[in-house]
Every structure is written in C-alpha cells, then in structure tokens.
Design a protein around this ligand. Sequence first.
Ligand SMILES: Cc1cc2nc3c(=O)[nH]c(=O)nc-3n(C[C@H](O)[C@H](O)[C@H](O)COP(=O)(O)OP(=O)(O)OC[C@H]3O[C@@H](n4cnc5c(N)ncnc54)[C@H](O)[C@@H]3O)c2cc1C
Length: 290
Amino acid sequence: MTSDTVTLSFEIFPPKTPAATATLAETLDALAPLPVSFLSITSGAGGGNAGASAATAAAYGSAIGAPPRPHLTCVQGSQEELEELVASYLALGIDRFVALRGDAPVGMDSYEPRADGFAYADELARALKAWGAEDVAVGAYPETHPDARDAAHCRDVLKRKLDAGADRILTQYCFDTDRLLRWADELREDGIDAPIGVGIMPVHNYEQIKRFSERCGAGVPAWLGEALGDVAPGSPEAFERAAEIGAEQCRRLVAAGLPHLHFYVLNRSALTQAILQRLETGPVPVRWAA
Ligand SMILES: Cc1cc2nc3c(=O)[nH]c(=O)nc-3n(C[C@H](O)[C@H](O)[C@H](O)COP(=O)(O)OP(=O)(O)OC[C@H]3O[C@@H](n4cnc5c(N)ncnc54)[C@H](O)[C@@H]3O)c2cc1C
C-alpha cells in the first residue's frame, strides 16, 4: 500500500450576519488542524458579498493558520481603487491573490468592462504582479466558461492569464471526473503546465447545487441526481453519500496526478472534513503536504 501526497486549500466567503460570522469562526477553527496551503476568500461572488478588508482577511488567515488569498474581480472597482485595495493587503503582508473578471451585475444581460477598470482577468493578473503580488491564481473551467466561444478559446484565455504572470490555476468544480481529467490532459498538450488546484464542491443539498450550477455553467450529471435526489437534504444518509462522492472524486484526481484539492467549503466544515477523513483512511491513504 503506498501513500499519495496532497495539498489542500479552502475557499470561504465573508459572512454578512452575526450568526454567519459565528459559523465561519467555528468552521475555521475546525479546519485549522489540517495543513492548509492557503485560504481563499471570495469577493462579490453571485453579487453576494463585497470581499474582506485586509484586516478581516488577515484574521481569517490567522484563525485557520494559513495565508489568506483574497479574490479580486475586475468588476469590483476602478484600476485605481483596486491598486489601493491591494496596497492595503500588501501592507499587512497579504501578497497572494485570485484574479478574476467577475460577472455582469444582476439585471445586466452580459458582461461589459468598466471604462475605468480592467476588462479581463489577464489584465488584472498582470497589474497584480506589477503591484508586488507574490503569487496570483486565476480561474479555469473544465466544462468551458459560458462566455467562451468553445473549449479551445477557453484554454487560450487561460494561457493569456498565465502569460500575463499568473502562477497557478484554480478550477471551477466539475462533477464529471472523466471530463475533468481529459481537460487537464488538453492543457498539458497545449503546453500549459502551471499547478492546478482542482475545485471540489461538497454537495450539501442536491437541489441547491442544481440551481447554482445552472448559473455558473457547471454540469450536474444524471448519476448525481440518482445518487442524491431521493434522500432528504441534511439527513445523515445524504451526508454519507455526499462524503463518499466527494472522496471518490478526490481519489481519482490524486491517482491521475492532480494532487492539489481546492475545497469550496461554503463556510461549513463537516462535509469537507468527512471527505478528507475518507481520503486519509482509504485503500491508498493520502498524506497532507503543507
Ligand atoms: C476558482 C474560482 C473562484 C471564483 N471566485 C469568484 C469571486 O470571488 N467573485 C466573483 O464575482 N466571481 C468569482 N468567480 C467567477 C468568475 O468571476 C466568473 O466565472 C467570470 O464570469 C469569469 O471570470 P474569469 O476570471 O475566469 O474571466 P476571464 O478569464 O477574464 O474570462 C472570462 C470570459 O471572458 C472572455 N475573455 C477573456 N479575455 C478576453 C479578451 N482579452 N478579449 C475578449 N474576451 C475575453 C472569454 O469569453 C472568457 O471566457 C470564480 C471562479 C472561479 C473558477
């Protein structure tokens, strides 16, 4: 029996209510014993939050014992505003970021770059490196971004972001592991060899994930519905099945040479912990690397 070495990162969103703040604090506490390579913090995702201030991001990082990695989007501010925000992060020693375009605000049909901003994530990634960022991650889409002409265009856009100085890739979640692995092979064939953190979405609630996936262009395969559609959300059975589904995907990714797992924690720890525990105790147990 051999072991595989895996690195972990977690993604959270800044909470908006005192109750949600308390839940996040418990989550960070519960996940802190794991060797997390970074904690990414969303900004404006789904129109839902405004991102974390530098002090808040630093506090989240301290709570979990990992470097915080704020997400920045082109829609979030003018070039000048983003430079000021980044300066405030750098002043607290936060020098890792996720550079993203962001989406059209609710009510607008399609994305329009702001006149005073960066049009696309490649421009933001380049600016971040120029402003002193140590490490910049960019988004990527195994099932093709909804605005991309086709899969080849989507890979070209990714290549442009890496050519602009981005250091690593974080993927949208993709439940179809075969497709994900084919996509990773295609990147390599295109000469894209940056580290890939594969987005893992624990399925807390099947109906919710179906609705959310429609909005972000991720597929929900029929087998997932068959596996989870008949159990009550929140029930112990739904939890066990979702944990095994997540663990099985992670095992396949690790076995196929994709050993960085980026968990969409959604500010709740239990399902992520259950998946990780299965990886630690499975037939080919994983070892965590910092
Ligand atoms: C890991 C991850 C984390 C995320 N976190 C957040 C978050 O915190 N907040 C949030 O609001 N959203 C977030 N998103 C969602 C993301 O903002 C959206 O998917 C957005 O629509 C695309 O962002 P991007 O950075 O991938 O865009 P880009 O790489 O800029 O590309 C998006 C599309 O724009 C077009 N395009 C790109 N460059 C050019 C160009 N030079 N000329 C013409 N067309 C071009 C292409 O059609 C491309 O498909 C996240 C996504 C991922 C994968």
